[in-house]
Design a protein around this ligand. Structure first.
Ligand code: RFL
Ligand code: PHB
Length: 389
């Protein structure tokens, strides 16, 4: 079998790339380790930058999103009982959009299926060969049968634990990592959101976030210990702790209910360089991870896809390789800015186990500065809605 662009990983990055290339008449094939239902059961990101929304429109998969998404013009930042609002639209002219990763992934799968897109699920043992040559290929097994696919280009969209990044030799690859000494415990509940915008809260007991998916589906997070497991947290314990970490004006009107999902995600910052090795290109979580505090995970995946999509179209349809040659450099320039923002927001709002009184004063001063300074709010808003591609 052969294809023009072989895509490893059927998460949002891989599917979006496949859908965009298909629109240009470029043949793709997606290899996914899990089933479609498994991929769609993962509750992850919820906030989309305009750049992502534009790409979904360009890919012709935005009709449900355009109808069902919620437009957010700002967000609330709280510290103890204090709170202030950052107005994204006032500072940047651009809002963000609330539309769950689960929903957009479902839209992408439906679009790929409707277009007869080739996706092979439940593949095992994927290996990349000859990525440094003009004739790369991938081997894998499906239902115990070994298969080989030849391709012109390979897109590694297989997430943090995928094989693509690992296929780049260690003497070429440089990795940068920061592990945070806490995680986020998140729940999803069929209850109305406590507020019409997100609330990021710093408190003496740790960080919390009130988010949402729609009018009757709320997503809440609290900072937790890395040694906690979701089973340590009954719904009642979670709600009680969440209320203690938000201003009482919100806590008093929080509607609670049974959780329909509960999970813990450790927080990590990670970047691998370069993002290209021969004809292999890394995209999304395969190349970089941010802590979720700035809602940048999925959005940085989208900017990679934007650069790679244009690079591949120019190379395949016009014979112009400049976009591909500069892919790693362009993608990384934007990634590092998103890494900085996510690290900054994480540092600003969480309690760290080794913080002394001086560190706490610094955090407090940074928050007061943000609350009182227009330029600081503008910088925060520009980063949150997404820097230009
Ligand atoms: P994904 O979504 O991980 O998809 C990769 C796909 O590749 C498959 N795969 C393989 N397929 C074939 N062969 C192999 N060897 C393979 N190895 C892996 C996997 O099964 C999977 O289907 O990466 P992608 O597409 O780059 O998308 C990135 C986003 O998913 C990610 O950035 C965000 O979800 C990050 N993230 C969050 N981002 C936000 O902006 N806001 C959030 O609230 C948020 N919450 C989260 C998150 C990530 C989490 N993870 C990774 C633990 C919560 C969690 C729990
Ligand atoms: C979410 O809704 O899951 C969400 C929103 C904003 C974040 C992180 C997660 O910063």
């Amino acid at each position: 079998m052969r294809t023009q662009v072989l895509i490893i990983g059927g998460g949002p990055s891989g599917l979006l790339l496949s859908q965009l290339l298909d629109k240009k008449g470029i043949d793709t094939l997606v290899l996914e380790r899990k089933t479609r239902d498994y991929v769609l059961s993962r509750i992850r990101a919820g906030i989309l930058e305009q750049g992502f929304v534009q790409l979904m429109r360009e890919a012709g998969v935005s009709s449900r999103m355009d109808k069902e998404c919620f437009v957010h013009d700002g967000t609330v930042i709280a510290s103890g009982e204090e709170q202030f609002r950052i107005d994204f639209t006032e500072h940047t002219g651009t809002p963000v959009v609330v539309y769950g990763q689960t929903e957009l992934t479902r839209d992408l799968y439906d679009a790929r299926e409707a277009a007869g897109g080739k996706i092979i699920f439940e593949v095992e043992g994927v290996e990349i060969h000859d990525a440094r040559t003009d004739k790369p290929y991938v081997t894998f097994s499906k239902d115990g049968v070994e298969q080989r696919i030849d391709a012109d280009y390979i897109a590694g969209c297989d997430g943090f634990h995928g094989v693509s990044r690992q296929s780049i030799p260690l003497d070429v690859r440089r990795e940068y990592e920061k592990i945070y000494p806490f995680g986020w415990l998140g729940i999803l509940s069929e209850t109305p959101p406590v507020h019409h915008e997100l609330i990021y809260s710093a408190s003496e007991r740790g960080f919390s976030l009130c988010s949402m998916r729609n009018d009757n589906l709320s997503r809440y997070y609290i900072q937790c210990s890395l040694s906690d497991s979701p089973s340590d947290w009954s719904d009642q314990l979670f709600w009680d702790e969440l209320k203690r970490r938000m201003p009482s004006a919100y806590a008093d009107k929080l509607v609670t209910g049974p959780s329909i999902e509960k999970s813990i995600a450790p927080l990590r910052s990670f970047v691998t360089e370069p993002m290209r090795w021969g004809r292999l290109f890394l995209c999304g979580d395969a190349a970089h991870i941010v802590p979720p505090t700035g809602a940048k995970g999925l959005n940085t995946a989208a900017s990679d896809i934007h650069y790679l999509y244009h690079g591949l179209v120019d190379a395949i349809l016009e014979g112009d390789n400049e976009g591909l040659d500069r892919y790693s450099e362009k993608a990384l320039a934007r990634i590092w800015k998103a890494e900085r923002f996510s690290w900054w927001m994480t540092s600003l709002l969480h309690r760290f186990p080794d913080q002394n009184d001086f560190d706490l004063k610094m955090q407090g001063a940074e928050l007061t500065f943000l609350q009182s300074n227009r330029e600081a709010q503008s910088a925060m808003a520009q980063n949150y809605v997404g820097l230009p591609y």
